[in-house]
Design a protein around this ligand. Structure first.
Ligand code: AMP
Length: 523
């Protein structure tokens, strides 16, 4: 009798995408891209990768790129793939040279009748006597720790089939010694500027071998006051042959930075403000008071369509208080902001990623760079300081081609800010109300007073349908009329392990007197 051992067949390797292969990327990168399930390059990848790969070819001693692209568009792979491609080619050339030198030494020894030479022993870089400062060939600068970690993580995924190519992540708030150890022999370093310059000044890293410099989210870099650090890094990496700058906009201050750090850059502009975020539905709810706003949030958080959500707060204090309240109410909620230790921020992000956390209450800086495809909803509970942060916030949902919903709650005093956001994104955010939770003032009064928008006013008796002839209103905007509440369909691929637990949490939450008790019936 034959025994059935039930040995599973080895999993087939995902097929290499022809579209990526056509870009001319090295085989190990094509394999990694296939493992990640990418079949087609995104628009920004199609536009930027071939241009970036021209560097070093005839007539392209330098190829600097200035790329305007939204987060969520695949921009990280757009800069990592061409840089890694060149690093791989250079490493292969070095390895081939070493092999040839070795073969020659062996042949010479044989010809002279001498014993074969011994291969030199590898030195342990962690021993102090073998210490050499890191000399990376590529440097990616990010404005925040979270983004730097995300980019390094994406890089590690992309080099998983490359032998000996090392990626290191240098961010403030992480133990210094551990980062120094990880830096050893790093080929590509992803860093926030402050910690990088600390390590450079203390002799742990030298930047004069950097050939490729990427400045990610350049607009945010300037917002966070990194202009001087960028100037210093620009000077330290003066021998580089490529600079790529990614930014949500080409605003004048970005152009000024570009002229300082780039040589005759080619521009790649993918998204216009009008067609950004087509897969994210945006809604606006007007509120009478903070209490009213809170009731709206409570109402929304009970929506069964939520897989995971980010609730944005304006301040760290508001962030902590709201997260504590939501936990009390039985939600798997945590706070994320810049005053928390980096270790804690990492643990909380990990818990979000692996589904243990359903609701992340965050400030703008902390949430930048979060890439979790199961985030279905973003709530703007406290409005952002700057209009462009709105765009970054809502980009936390609708990742990798999925659908997302961004809900903004604003009080009467916020109407100017709403106008600014709409002017910046050149989109009218559709106003809606929830039956039983309507503001006391008629909605048109809020809308009539919106300032700063480019498209004039909403009709007095607006129905919520792209009212008032606002120019640039997206064709996808779904006007539903005041009082209507459109069910949000769950994005494909949401759910999965851990979802049941959230269901339980919600059930508990509905019993909770402290939170759900303040139901909309009271209004
Ligand atoms: P980014 O704009 O770099 O933050 O990327 C957003 C998301 O898109 C990430 O989850 C990436 O893994 C994913 N992504 C990047 N490139 C592709 C692609 N060609 N196909 C599908 N997903 C992608």
């Amino acid at each position: 009798m034959t025994e059935n051992l039930n040995i599973p067949a080895p999993a087939a390797k995902p097929a290499i995408s022809e579209a990526f292969a056509a870009l001319g990327l090295a085989q190990p990168l094509l394999q990694a891209v296939a493992d990640l399930g990418f079949t087609q390059p995104t628009l920004v990848q199609q536009a930027a990768i071939p241009k970036a790969m021209q560097v070093g070819t005839e007539g392209h001693e330098y190829t600097d790129l200035m790329v305007s692209s939204q987060t969520g568009s695949g921009k990280t792979a757009a800069f990592l793939l061409p840089v890694l491609h060149t690093l791989i080619e250079q490493q292969e050339a070095r390895d081939a040279q070493e092999r040839a030198d070795w073969d020659r030494q062996v042949a010479e020894a044989e010809a002279a009748g001498k014993p074969a030479p011994k291969r030199p022993k590898r030195k342990n870089p962690l021993l102090a006597r073998h210490f050499k400062p890191a000399t990376p060939g590529a440097l990616v600068l990010c404005p925040t720790r979270e983004l730097a970690q995300q980019v390094a993580h994406d890089g590690i995924d992309l080099v998983k089939h490359c032998r000996g190519l090392r990626i290191a992540n240098v961010v403030g708030g992480m133990p210094y010694q551990m980062q120094i150890a990880k830096l050893q022999n790093a080929d590509l370093v992803v860093a926030t500027p402050g910690r990088l310059l600390d390590l450079q000044r203390s002799g742990q890293i030298q930047l004069d071998q950097v050939q490729f410099l990427v400045v990610d989210e350049a607009d945010r870099m300037l917002d966070l006051g990194f202009a001087d650090d960028l100037a210093e890094i620009n000077r330290l990496t003066a021998r580089r042959r490529q600079t790529m700058m990614f930014s949500a906009t080409f605003a004048p201050r970005i152009q000024t930075l570009a002229t300082r750090v780039m040589r005759d850059p080619q521009k790649v502009q993918i998204d216009t403000p009008q067609d950004r975020h087509v897969n994210i539905e945006q809604r606006l709810y007007w509120c009478d008071s903070p209490e009213h706003k809170r009731k709206l949030l409570d109402h929304w958080l009970r929506d069964a369509a939520i897989d995971q959500a980010i609730v944005f707060a304006s301040t760290q204090i508001e962030c902590d208080a709201l997260a504590a309240d939501l936990q009390q109410a039985g939600f798997a909620a945590v706070a994320l902001h810049g005053a928390l230790s980096q270790g804690l921020r990492n643990r909380r992000l990990m818990a979000l990623r692996n589904g243990q956390v359903q609701i992340l209450v965050a400030t703008d800086v902390a949430a930048r760079g979060i890439d979790v495809p199961t985030i279905t909803h973003v709530f703007n509970y406290g409005l952002p300081m700057k209009a462009e942060d709105y765009t970054h916030r809502i980009g936390r949902t609708g990742r990798a081609g999925r659908q997302g919903l961004a809900v903004t709650m604003a009080e009467f005093r916020d109407r100017r800010k709403i106008g600014e956001i709409e002017a910046y994104s050149q989109q009218r955010i559709e106003t809606q109300t929830i039956p039983g939770l309507e503001p006391r003032k008629p909605v048109y009064e809020f809308n009539d007073d919106r300032r700063g928008g480019r498209g004039g006013r909403q009709g007095r008796h607006g129905t919520g349908r792209n009212e008032g002839g606002f120019r640039g209103a997206p064709h996808h905007a779904r006007g539903t009329g005041e009082g209507a509440r459109v069910g949000f369909s769950k994005p494909a691929g949401s759910g999965g392990p851990g979802r049941q637990a959230f269901g339980d949490k919600r059930a508990r939450h509905q019993d909770s007197k402290s939170f759900a008790g303040k139901g909309r019936a009271s209004r």
